[in-house]
Design a protein around this ligand. Sequence first.
Ligand code: XMP
Length: 223
Amino acid sequence: MKAKAAEKTSKRAPSPRRSPSVDEVPTVSRLSPRVPAAHKGIVSGVVVTPAQIRRRVHELARAIQSDFGDREWVVVALLNGSVLFVADLVRELHGPLILDFIGVSSYGDGTESGNLVYTKDLKLEVAGRDVLVVDDILDTGRTLSEVIRRLRSLGAQRIRTCVLLDKPSRRVVKQGADYIGFQIPDWFVVGYGLDYAERYRHLPFIGVLRPEVIAAAARERVR
Ligand code: XMP
């Protein structure tokens, strides 16, 4: 990985077949003001467009496919934020793979992560299997590191991690990911699965949530 954000989740050396483009994680440092008219009141700028997401998902999938090879692996996607991302990602993978979901929620104030609670357990057996964990965003690192701990305790053999977004400046736990879509600054983002109070997951792009939206939601809560 370009930035040292990627503390490998397994000590195994990366596959020499890994595509170079996946190791060069694009860093987004500026927002595009070209917000679709319908969403101008919600986001102040676009972080990644639908076309950029499509291209990057394709690159990530190529690298994952060549690293995992022919032995069936389990894709474990974290609910709810990774749903749109994993749906696009698995359609770019040839497999062989099986897909399952794990529910983890952090209870904070909506923009800060708090204590982790499992809301849905895995259905598939991961003992002795290769696993790819997929999440929307790596922020403090607490969620991914807890899920890795759980998968290890369930006997998963080889665990790789893939996140669409990485906010390295926010890290609290020493945790990276093996495949990263984009690195972003400390912005609170919504869209393409990412929510604020369960809203805005459906946006086809990723944008920075306007502070006024957060302030209005806080006023609603007080009432
Ligand atoms: P941690 O801090 O455990 O966070 O790495 C991972 C989870 O926190 C949520 N998160 C966000 N959600 N916009 C969101 O909609 C953000 O900017 C953001 N940052 C963190 C997310 O659910 C992720 O899985």
